[in-house]
Design a protein around this ligand. Structure first.
Ligand SMILES: [Zn+2]
Length: 206
């Protein structure tokens, strides 16, 4: 079962102390990171002038779609059926469980047919219920960004209950900041999620 807030907190305190600061995650170097330090204060980054819309992977003259050219890494597949693939990121991260649901075919949100769209709604609803019913999980956030790759992918972010900094959209930043928990715990939780999702169809792969 997922770690408690006390276990996560103890790991952070062991790393940097109760008043310490964890290292900046890689996203701090990204162009899209919206903050910078100016005269010792955090301020919003200067907004760049308008330019061309970036080309997404799998579109136009952008990079080839990784999912279509390389397929899904079997080592990362949690659950799948004939239309959908649920994957993990390959290793534990700061949040207890982070999953990505993709279509097998190269589709995007807005181009799903009604049957695919209703499947997505049912899987999303079941997955959130399954993950939120695990012990120590406060809530599961569901996000579809799609600014990097054009192949449909929607992410599920389970956050630890009672870690009161880790709420709302910043929970995704904390996923890169909090030191990852034990791999055995993470794999056990992935198995639980996959088995429960497979009760409605598809195959558990972990
Ligand atoms: Zn694709």
């Amino acid at each position: 079962m997922p770690e408690s807030a006390e276990e996560v907190y103890a790991r952070v305190v062991a790393a940097v102390g109760a008043d310490g600061h964890l290292p900046m995650p890689p996203s701090g170097e990204w162009d899209i990171f919206p903050w910078e330090v100016l005269d010792g204060a955090i301020v919003p980054r200067t907004l760049a002038p308008p330019s061309d819309e970036p080309t997404r992977g799998g579109e136009g003259d952008g990079a080839p779609c990784q999912a279509c050219t390389e397929g899904f890494d079997p080592a990362r597949i949690v659950w799948e059926d004939e239309t959908w693939v649920l994957s993990h990121g390959g290793a534990p991260s700061g949040l207890p469980i982070v999953l990505s649901l993709s279509t097998r075919e190269h589709l995007d949100l807005g181009t799903l047919d009604d049957d695919q769209a209703s499947q997505l709604g049912r899987i999303t609803n079941r997955l959130v219920r399954i993950m939120e019913n695990l012990p120590e999980i406060g809530r599961v956030h569901v996000n579809r960004w799609g600014d990097g790759g054009s192949h449909f992918h929607q992410s599920f972010w389970a956050r630890t209950a009672r870690l009161t900094n880790v709420l709302g959209s910043p929970a995704m930043e904390w996923d890169d900041i909090i030191p990852p928990g034990p791999e055995a715990v993470w794999r056990d939780d992935l198995s639980t999620v996959a088995e429960k999702l497979a009760n409605w169809g598809g195959e558990a792969r972990v």
